[in-house]
Design a protein. Structure first.
Length: 290
């Protein structure tokens, strides 16, 4: 849902498109408010003192900066790639997550899993090659504004940052049994919000000073922000009670759903090469589980 709505919100015809940096910042605000409500609901005490522990905040500083970078790159990628193409290409994060799981968490991989990662690379290559060729042959004002190579580069950087930050945060969550997951997410959101605010100042200050912080916002924008915030908390639950690689397996379903919905709602017509690449990615994801 997030990928499709974010894509639609970036290509929808309107007088003014919202600034992605402000949307990323507001998503962190929604996360903080949600986690504070959960602490209140669970009647946890002394949570304020626990949140602002200097040593714990320093630990969370690295993944928070990477998550802020990743969230901004998602908007750039979805402004330049079809939702279905992005969804398949974004599965490269399974490769980066596997590498960082070995390096940071001490996990091991068997031959079948390495073969599945090789198939993943093949599938993503098919999809991206098809996307680049298709855009090169298309005409029209909307297509001219899309730059597939910028989108691809954004996805690759996002995958690397996601893999490292996810494994680092998983290690942090599972090694701190005395700290509530909601407190960890507040710490993460505070630091990510700081980085996001710096991004606003650096890249969109003039635009915001002229037209306001919430320029281009509508109900769809707020739905994307809330979806992104709650989705981030859902990922934290999966990471705490399962792991990052298992989280990647669930994306097989989302790839299929994104493709079908993009076909019916976003005028996306998959080619035979795209279907082949998507099939290979799904097979590689399932194979990795065994």
């Amino acid at each position: 849902m997030l990928v499709l709505l974010m894509r639609y919100s970036r290509i929808a015809k309107s007088e003014k498109i919202y600034n992605a940096s402000t949307a990323v910042f507001m998503a962190e605000v929604v996360k903080i408010l949600t986690c504070l409500y959960m602490l209140y609901y669970q009647r946890q005490r002394h949570w304020l003192k626990t949140i602002f522990q200097p040593k714990e905040m320093i630990k969370i500083f690295i993944p928070s900066g990477l998550y802020a970078l990743q969230n901004n790159l998602l908007y750039i990628a979805l402004s330049n790639l079809e939702a279905a193409t992005f969804q398949v290409t974004y599965q490269l994060k399974i490769l980066s997550t596997a590498v960082f799981s070995i390096a940071l968490l001490g996990k091991s991989m068997n031959v079948t899993q390495w073969i599945s990662l090789f198939l993943l690379m093949m599938g993503v290559t098919c999809v991206q090659f098809d996307n680049t060729s298709a855009v090169g042959n298309q005409q029209g004002p909307v297509d001219d504004q899309q730059r597939p190579m910028i989108g691809l580069l954004s996805v690759i950087i996002s995958c690397v940052s996601s893999g490292f930050a996810g494994c680092y945060f998983e290690k942090l969550l599972k090694s701190s049994n005395n700290t509530s997951m909601w407190i960890r997410n507040i710490q993460l959101a505070i630091c990510s919000g700081f980085f996001s605010f710096m991004g606003i100042i650096l890249f969109d200050y003039e635009s915001i000073a002229k037209e306001g912080f919430f320029q281009g916002y509508n109900s769809l924008t707020w739905f994307v922000i809330i979806n992104q915030a709650l989705g981030g908390l859902l990922v934290a639950l999966v990471v705490k009670y399962a792991d990052n690689i298992l989280k990647g397996f669930a994306t097989s379903i989302s790839i299929i759903l994104s493709g079908f919905i993009s076909f019916f709602l976003l005028d996306f017509v998959p080619s035979s090469l795209f279907i082949l690449g998507t099939f290979i990615v799904i097979i590689s994801t399932i194979l990795y589980a065994y």
